[in-house]
Design a protein around this ligand. Sequence first.
Ligand SMILES: [Ca+2]
Length: 301
Amino acid sequence: MSRLRRVLVLGIVLGCMGGGAGAAAPGSDPSVVPARSAVPGPSAVPGPSAVPASPGAAPSPIASASPVVPALLSWEVVGSIPHDTEAWTQGLLIDDQGRLWESTGIIGATSVREVDRATGAVLRQAPPPGDEYGEGLAMVDDRLLQITWTDGVALEWDPETLRVTGSHTYEGEGWGLCDDGARLVMTDGSTALTFRDRATFEVIGSVEVTFEGQPVPKLNELECVEGVVWSNVWETPFILRIDPGTGVVTGILDMRELVTHDPAIGTRIGWLNGIAWDPVTRTFLVTGKYWPTMFAIRVPD
Ligand SMILES: [Ca+2]
C-alpha cells in the first residue's frame, strides 16, 4: 500500500472513528453543547502526520477477502460563490428547476433555505415549527423533505411557501438524505445506508458501506447521482462514491486541499458537509459547516 493510500485508509476507516460522534471540543460542556456542534480545530484534520513511522505500527485495514480498492478520484475547482458562515450545513441540493436548497442544523438555527446560485445570498428561509435540529434534505417530487437529528421526525416542506405541510416519524437518528428517483437513501451516523419509501418513509432495505472491506462509520450528507451515492463522512474532508447495491466504496474525493484553500475555513470548523449535483453543468457544489465558500467541483468521468 502506498503512503498516500495508507493516509486515506487511516483517515476514512480508522481516523474518523477516533473522536466519537459525541466528542465535544476541548473546554466545551457536552451537556450544553449539542454533540455534533463540537468544533474541532484544524489540526484534527487527518493528514500525513497520521501515518505511523513504522509500517508495522499501523493496524491492517485489509480484509481477508479481496476488497475493491477505491479509485482516488481527480477533481478541479471550476467556480465558487460565498456561503453563509452562520449556516451549519446539513443538506444541500439543486432541484429540477435549478434552485439551490440548503438545510441547516443546530437547535434555534435550523432552517430550510433557498440560496441564490450566483451570489450565495439567502433568498428565502424559514425555521421549523418547533425546536427541531435539522439534518439532511431531499426534494421528493414537489416537496422538500428535511430529516432531523434526534427528533425522529421528517418534515415535509412546500418549497413555494416554505411552510411545513406534513411529517413522517422514524426510529433512530437522522443525518443525511437523498432521493434517487425510486427511493430515499438515508444515513444515521452508522455504517449503513438505509433505503426508504418515497411516499411513506418506511424502511425498505439497507446496506453496510465498506471501504476496502472495512465498515465506514459516520456517513453524513448524501447526494444521489445517476445510480451512485456520494457521501460526506463526518469529521473528515473526504467524499465517498458508493455503489448502493453493494455498499462498496468505489471512489474517494480527497478534499483536504479545499479545507486549506481559504484561510477562513477551519477557524471555526473544517469539516466538509454538503454535496449538490448540477446535472446541467455536470458539476458538484460542495461546502462545509460554517464555511465561507461553496465550491463548484468537476469530477472527470
Ligand atoms: Ca445533497
